[in-house]
Design a protein around this ligand. Structure first.
Ligand SMILES: C[C@H](N)C(=O)N[C@@H](Cc1c[nH]cn1)C(=O)O
Ligand SMILES: [Zn+2]
Ligand SMILES: [Zn+2]
Length: 481
């Protein structure tokens, strides 16, 4: 395999500038799934992928998912599915990624235009979606191209599934995967699944990830007055929705992250001694956290409770308030309706439905305690389950060998604090092992301002994805099903 991989690696290096241009084109499409006005751009991004994959010689289909639940005037973006190779003597690997991104605007504090790839002298490539998840998605396309141009045969059949609603709870995708994983469906012959959509723990050492937290995302709206009011004219005469909302939101979690909703923490599976022992060997320091956090304002001061808090415990975050005055300046308005957004990251053995029940009950109680005449409504916006898999499978061993080949180190085995709602769906629908093989590093600032992907992670990451396909082709079946 060595000469084949060497030829492939050389080709990746030779094509690296064109791979960066491919990422530049993708970042320039503001495919923000949460923003209705951006839906045409999300669709444009799907077309970009279809066109790139077609040029590479893949069989590509753009599959419609129908109207968006709750917003039926909007069509969901299509799922782009593709196949490269169909040899019955090769293993078939299904890869997943998403082409939608989180919202971003220069006014949020970005140092450069978020939808224009900007590369600094250290090779940091800034732009929304660079690491989450356009870089990794394009990594698969780059891997195909470099194989073709190096004249190296892809040692597996590659199935691809790229969606455009991941950052909005992967609406519509579960049913689609369920259907396509069945006999005769597009994904029916997958032997294993690989997802590149999370991050290394630090900046130097790659990792393989076998667990994710789930995410239940809520909105809580408080309304009263018929329209926004002048606070000089109406202040002191009307009960204010914003006052009620911040008081309710303030009861959900404390400064040290302890969730105040009864029943939530009680559902968490106890940590076993065996599990605790897994944390010690992981290469991670509080300095790594400070670097990625951009501050030292941590809740814990030690590595183990920090990693547990991220991977193994639930957390509740407040995200924002729709309808509130948020610009600079001093507008003296009383907003008539405000909607707070918060989410709970879930872990084993939390049950999503129960989490919802506890949240609704608690929010109602807290609002009632205020004795307000305003109206309060709490709703689930979307939910995705937690996932934990076995890393003792050929899918993981192959990825471990690929990491050693490309980066010269053994990867850490990690869990991830973020959520990829369809991971569990893929596992259940295909009945196959799912591996998370991240490309980006801990300092990439996914979802934040100044999101970036380092050139090294993108180019060596492309090598890694290709090398993984070679090692996966060679792994004996005995190691897992
Ligand atoms: C880990 C992945 N790259 C990611 O960012 N996932 C999102 C998924 C999500 C859930 N609700 C909204 N988006 C995340 O973890 O926030
Ligand atoms: Zn994301
Ligand atoms: Zn992502």
């Amino acid at each position: 395999m060595a000469p084949q991989l060497d030829g492939y690696f050389e080709q990746v290096d030779a094509l690296s500038e064109s791979f960066i241009e491919r990422l530049r084109s993708a970042v320039a499409i503001p495919s923000v799934s949460a923003d209705e006005a951006r839906r045409p751009d999300v669709i444009r991004m799907s077309k970009f992928l279809v066109s790139e994959l077609t040029k590479l010689g893949a069989h590509v289909e753009s599959r419609e998912l129908g109207p968006q639940p709750e917003k039926p005037h909007l069509q969901l973006p299509p799922v782009v599915i593709a196949r490269y190779g169909s040899s019955t003597s090769k293993r078939t690997i299904l890869v997943y990624g998403h082409y939608d991104v989180q919202p971003a605007g220069i006014e949020d504090g970005w140092a450069t235009e978020p939808f224009s790839l900007s590369i600094d002298d250290k090779g940091r490539m800034y732009g929304r979606g660079s690491t989450d998840d356009k870089g990794p998605v394009l990594g698969w396309l780059n891997a195909i191209q470099a194989h073709k141009e190096a004249g190296v045969e892809l040692p597996v059949n590659l199935l691809m599934c790229f969606e455009g609603m991941e950052e909005y709870g992967s609406e519509g995708l579960d049913d689609f995967i369920g259907k396509e994983a069945k006999s005769g469906g597009f994904f029916a012959d997958a032997d294993a699944v690989c997802i590149s959509d999370n991050y290394w723990l630090g900046t130097e050492k790659p990792c393989l990830t076998y667990g994710l937290r789930g995410c239940n995302y809520y909105s809580v709206s408080v309304s009263g007055p018929g329209q926004d009011l002048h606070s000089g004219v109406f202040g002191g005469t009307a009960q204010e929705p914003m006052t009620d909302l911040v008081r309710v939101l303030g009861t959900l979690v404390d400064t040290n992250g302890k969730i105040q909703i009864p029943g939530i923490n009680e559902m968490v599976a106890p940590v076993t001694d065996e599990e605790r022992a897994l944390y010690d060997p992981i290469s991670y320091t509080m300095e790594n956290l400070h670097e990625s956090l951009g501050s030292t304002t941590t809740i814990h001061s030690e590595k183990e409770p920090t990693l547990m808090a991220r991977w193994r415990m639930p957390s509740l975050s407040l995200h924002g308030i729709e309808g509130a005055f948020s610009q600079s300046g001093a507008k003296t308005v009383i907003p008539a309706k405000v909607t707070g957004k918060f989410s709970i990251r879930t872990v084993p053995d939390m049950e999503s439905e129960k989490v919802n029940e506890y949240v609704y009950k608690y929010v109602d109680e807290q609002f009632k305690k205020l004795g307000s005449k305003n109206k309060c409504e709490v709703k689930l916006q979307h939910a995705g389950n937690w996932w934990v898999a076995s890393p003792n499978h050929w899918n993981f061993s192959a990825a471990g060998k690929a990491v050693e080949k490309v980066f010269g180190v053994k990867p850490d085995l990690t869990r991830e604090g973020g959520s990829i709602p369809v991971t569990l769906t893929f596992e259940q629908a295909t009945g196959k092992n799912v591996l998370l093989l991240p490309m980006g590093s801990s300092t990439d600032a996914a979802h934040s301002i100044n999101e970036k992907l380092d050139r090294r992670n993108y180019i060596e990451g492309t090598k890694l994805l290709g090398a993984y396909l070679h090692y996966v082709a060679e792994e004996p079946m005995s190691n897992g099903a």
